[in-house]
Design a binder for this molecule. Structure first.
Ligand SMILES: Cc1ncc(COP(=O)(O)O)c(C=O)c1O
Length: 481
């Protein structure tokens, strides 16, 4: 049997996560190569003196991330794409809402008038849950301990303590492969994306592939980046990688953990195919990890960047985990791309505000960020459950997608419903929701089923149930009349 040299720290708990991390490290270092057959879960469990369920959980997680392949009759093996330097071609340094902007992506323009009683427009966390007191305490600590020198012009890539803190955090929580030097602090995912698009254009890219549907908030920025946008279909497994390969683009923006807006999780096969595509075309995958902190029914699938750090740029922010108003985010990029992003910041805006960066670093280091996320996960899960159950009751003919993660649901309305009319009737009843039509390309919008995108983070369970009832009436009354 392969000697895996996995060591476990039993006092630290989370044994399945430790086993998974050990495998990822072994694959990245080249100690475990593609095709290597792994011991059965029973054998490994005996070897490590853990229960078999712990090993099964670790194997399932790694399979979902594309590190392992499990085939009936052939056991579990290291996936052929799990190690970046196994491709024939050696990887070269990587090349590099419309309406309702005040609300969420795809939020409808709100006519002047009374604010909705039930606001289910997507894109915002529960803003009333921002940990104000703890943030004040952390910011005070950060300011008190900051050397005077830190108040000068900052490192345009971000303050060192935050880059290191995020590298460790993203490695632990998202299975990212991050060295602090590869982490560049940006003002959110949107800022990271616009900077990367400028770099791509400078590096000679002519096109950017984008999922169809996608977040309308980011579309205008992408449209003005000077790249031809190619919309690529999303199906039940996520981005259609075969269609991407036909598109001619060598860069793609994707939301693998929870497609926006449909909520589909990119399948293991598609993850592998996407990485293979990027290597084949010498391309770059821009991974928008916008709501990855929120997973309810299973462990989070690790980010794609952890599978091939030379081909993927991970983009994330605190917009959904804390508040969009902080405008704090990050890009984790291949070293050459990270260096160019730092130059870009130095040449455009001289870097991000320093006090907020120190405060976030302190918040993460002191465990406040983890604690806040644990609380919010519980809260959002209860809200999701309440809304999903109420929709089943009041809109039994609708199909609800994307329930396992994030802070919104994608609700396909019964065929024949007039989406625009439903959104308008709901608004008159005091329920603000986003129609999905504007998130599709004009070509696909014609055939896409009518759908709503419902953000549930900001309303308590009782209000969500009432909103679903009113929404049900907005749909059925239209059908009657
Ligand atoms: C899918 C998606 N990605 C990225 C963003 C932008 O996030 P940020 O606030 O981090 O710029 C949004 C905004 O709502 C979004 O919906």
């Amino acid at each position: 049997m392969t000697d895996l040299h996995l060591s476990l720290d039993r006092s630290a708990g989370r044994l399945a996560a430790q086993i998974a991390a050990g495998f990822r490290a072994a694959v990245r270092s080249g100690r475990l190569t593609a095709g290597t057959r792994l011991p059965s879960s029973r054998d490994l469990a005996r070897d490590l003196d853990v229960s078999r369920g712990v090993v099964v959980t670790a194997y399932e997680q790694l399979t979902a991330e594309g590190f392992l392949i499990a085939r009936r009759g052939d056991g579990t093996r290291i996936a052929p794409l799990a190690r970046p330097d196994e491709e024939a071609a050696p990887p070269r340094p990587g090349a590099p809402q419309r309406p309702g902007a005040a609300h969420g992506p795809g939020a409808p323009a709100r006519p002047d008038g009374p604010a909705p009683v039930y606001d289910l427009t997507p894109g915002r966390p529960d803003l009333s849950a921002f940990p104000r007191e703890r943030w004040i305490a952390t910011a005070r600590t950060a300011l008190r301990t900051l050397p005077h020198d830190a108040l000068g012009y900052p490192d345009p890539g971000g303050v060192a303590v935050l880059r290191a803190g995020l590298a460790a955090y993203l490695g632990r929580v998202r299975a990212a492969h991050a060295d602090p030097g590869q982490v560049v602090i940006m003002n959110g995912v949107a800022h990271g994306l616009s900077a990367l698009l400028a770099l791509l254009r400078g590096a000679g890219h002519g096109a950017l592939a984008v999922e169809d549907p996608t977040s309308v908030r980011q579309l205008p920025m992408m449209e003005s980046a000077g790249l031809r946008l190619v919309r690529v279909a999303v199906d039940g497994e996520g981005l259609d990688v075969a269609a991407l390969a036909r598109s001619g683009a060598r860069a793609v923006l994707v939301t693998p953990a929870h497609q926006y807006p449909t909520g589909v999780v990119l399948s293991a096969a598609r993850r592998a195919a996407l990485i293979a595509w990027a290597r084949r075309v010498d391309g770059l995958v821009l991974e928008d990890d916008y709501d990855a902190e929120f997973r309810y029914d299973r462990d989070p699938v690790g980010c794609l960047q952890g599978v091939d750090p030379e081909r993927v740029v991970l983009l994330g922010s605190v917009s959904k985990s804390l508040a969009p108003a902080l405008r704090l985010g990050w890009a984790v990029a291949p070293p050459a791309v990270a260096a160019r992003l730092c130059e870009h910041r130095a040449g455009t805006d001289l870097g991000a505000p320093v006090l907020e960066q120190y405060a976030l670093a302190e918040f993460i280091a002191a465990g406040g960020y983890d604690r806040h996320l644990r609380t919010m996960r519980r809260r959002y899960r209860a809200r999701r459950d309440a809304l999903a159950a109420a929709l089943e009751l009041h809109l039994p003919d609708a199909r609800v997608h994307g329930v396992s993660a994030g802070i919104h649901l994608y609700v396909e309305l019964p065929a024949g419903c007039d989406e625009t009319a439903v959104v308008a009737r709901a608004a008159r009843a005091g329920v603000a929701v986003a129609g999905a039509r504007s998130m599709w390309s004009p070509e696909r919008a014609r055939s896409a089923p009518p759908a709503l995108v419902l953000g549930y983070a900001g309303l308590g369970e009782t209000r969500l149930v009432k909103a679903a009832e009113l929404l049900g009436q907005a749909v059925t009354h239209g059908a009657d009349g």
